[in-house]
Design a protein around this ligand. Structure first.
Ligand code: COA
Length: 376
C-alpha cells in the first residue's frame, strides 16, 4: 500500500466578472420587459408579475458579492439572459477541456511534474459538455498524459469523490500520479431569469494533483483518509438527461433542464448531515476537533458555512480558520472547496491537519482529512 498525497493545485479564473449590482440591473430590466409584454395576462390573473431582485438581499442571504463567468454579455442582456458560448467544432477542444488545461498546468507546475508523469485523469464536475468521448480523455490527450481517464459526476461533491477515487487507486498501486480536474461552467446551467437563484453560481476550473507521498518534490498534504456519503433527495435537481425533451406533461420548458432547488430545505437538511459527517470522520480517525487547523468547505452560502464551522470546531472559527471565497466566486459547484484549499493552505505548518469537505445534490457529502508535510 502507498500513502497518497496532494502535491499541487491550480485554479482557472475566467476574466469576466459580474457584480451583484450589474446582475440586479440586468434582471430588473428583464423583469420590467417581461411584465410589460405580459401585462394583460398579469392583469387577468393568468400570469404572475416578476418581482425585482435586490443586491442587499443577495449579499445578506448568500454572502456573494460577485461571480466570474465565461461570458457576461449574454447574461446581462435582458433579451438574452444566458451566456453566449460558441459551439465548438468536433475537431477543436471543448470549452471544459480548455478551462481544465489552464488549471492542470498550474497544478503540475506546483507539483513540479510533467504532464506525461500523470497516469490517471478524472474530470469530476456537475455537468458534462457532452456524453462521450469523455472530457477527461480529451484533457488527457491535450495534456499529453498517459494511463487512462474518465468522467464522473457527483454534482457539488464531485471534487472530493474524485479525490477519494484517485487516492484509493494510488493507495492500491493501480496508478502512480493522478489529476482530478473540476471545470464548472455553472453559468450555463443556471436560470438567470429566476429571481430565487439567479445570483447563485459562477464559472471556474480547479485541478488537484495526487501522488504517492514518497514521490512528492516539494511540500505536500498527506491524505490520511477520505469519507463519502449519499442520501437521496429531490431538493437539488437538474433534469437535463438524454431522454428529456420536454416535461412529462408535454410542455417544452428550458427551465426544466436547468438547476432547480428548494434552497430553504437544502439549507435545513444538508447542514446537520455535513456537520455530523465531518465529526464522524474525525472520530473514526481517533482525532479530536481541536487538532483541525483549517476547514475548506463547499462554497454555497456563507451562513451555512459559518454554521458548519461552528458545529465542527465546537466554537466560532477564528478568522482564516474556515476561509470563504464565495464572496468573489459565488457557488462554483464542485470547485468551491478546492479554490479555498488552493488559495488558503500554503501557510500551514508541517504536522497541521485540515479537512476539505464538499456537499450538495444527491444529497452527497465528501471529506478529505489531510496533514501538511514539508519537502522531503
Ligand atoms: N431579491 C430579493 N428578494 C428575493 C430574491 C432576490 N433575488 N430571491 C428571493 N427573494 C425573497 C423571496 O421571495 C422571499 O420573500 P418572502 O419572504 O416574501 O416569501 C424572501 O426573499 C426569502 O427567500 P428565500 O428563498 O426563502 O431566501 P433564503 O433566505 O432561504 O435564501 C438561498 C435563499 C438560496 C440563498 C438559501 O436558501 C441557500 O443558500 N440555501 C442553500 C443553497 C445550497 O447550498 N444549495 C446547494 C446548491 S449546490
Amino acid at each position: 500500500m502507498f500513502q497518497p498525497a496532494i502535491t499541487g493545485t491550480g485554479v482557472f479564473t475566467p476574466s469576466e466578472v459580474i457584480t451583484n449590482d450589474e446582475l440586479v440591473e440586468a434582471f430588473n430590466a428583464y423583469a420590467t420587459l417581461h411584465n410589460a409584454r405580459n401585462a394583460d395576462a398579469i392583469a387577468a390573473g393568468d400570469a404572475l408579475a416578476i418581482e425585482p431582485s435586490n443586491s442587499d438581499f443577495i449579499f445578506k442571504a448568500s454572502g456573494i458579492e460577485q461571480r466570474h463567468v465565461i461570458d457576461k454579455t449574454g447574461v446581462l442582456d435582458p433579451e438574452v439572459m444566458h451566456p453566449l458560448l460558441r459551439q465548438r467544432h468536433d475537431d477543436e477542444p471543448s470549452l471544459m477541456c480548455e478551462m481544465a488545461l489552464d488549471a492542470c498546468h498550474k497544478a503540475l507546475k506546483q507539483a513540479q511534474i510533467e504532464p506525461q508523469d500523470i497516469d490517471l485523469v478524472i474530470c469530476a464536475a456537475s455537468n458534462m459538455e457532452r456524453a462521450y468521448p469523455a472530457i477527461a480523455v480529451e484533457i488527457q490527450h491535450e495534456l499529453g498524459a498517459g494511463g487512462f481517464a474518465f468522467d464522473m459526476n457527483v454534482a457539488c461533491s464531485s471534487a472530493t469523490f474524485g479525490i477519494q477515487t484517485a487516492a484509493d487507486m494510488i493507495r492500491s498501486g493501480s496508478v502512480r500520479r493522478a489529476i482530478v480536474v473540476n471545470p464548472e461552467i455553472c453559468s450555463a446551467h443556471l436560470e438567470w431569469r429566476d429571481r430565487d437563484c439567479h445570483f447563485i453560481f459562477g464559472d471556474v476550473a480547479t485541478a488537484t494533483i495526487l501522488e504517492r507521498r514518497d514521490d512528492a518534490q516539494g511540500p505536500y498534504f498527506e491524505i490520511l483518509s477520505t469519507r463519502c456519503a449519499t442520501t437521496f433527495s429531490n431538493n437539488i435537481r437538474n433534469n437535463n438527461g438524454f431522454l428529456r425533451r420536454s416535461r412529462p406533461d408535454g410542455v417544452k420548458d428550458r427551465r426544466d433542464m436547468q438547476f432547480m432547488q428548494n434552497g430553504r430545505k437544502v439549507f435545513k437538511e444538508v447542514l446537520p448531515m455535513v456537520a455530523s459527517h465531518m465529526l464522524a470522520h474525525l472520530n473514526d480517525e481517533g482525532m479530536d476537533r481541536d487538532a483541525l487547523r483549517r476547514l475548506w468547505l463547499h462554497q454555497a452560502n456563507k451562513t451555512m458555512n459559518d454554521f458548519i464551522g461552528k458545529k465542527v470546531l465546537g466554537r466560532t472559527p477564528a478568522p482564516g480558520e474556515q476561509p470563504n471565497i464565495l464572496q468573489d466566486y459565488a457557488n462554483t459547484s464542485s470547485a468551491g472547496s478546492i479554490i479555498a484549499f488552493s488559495k488558503y493552505s500554503d501557510d500551514l505548518l508541517p504536522g497541521d491537519h485540515g479537512m476539505i469537505c464538499s456537499f450538495g445534490a444527491g444529497y452527497s457529502v465528501g471529506s478529505v482529512l489531510i496533514r501538511r508535510q514539508s519537502s522531503q
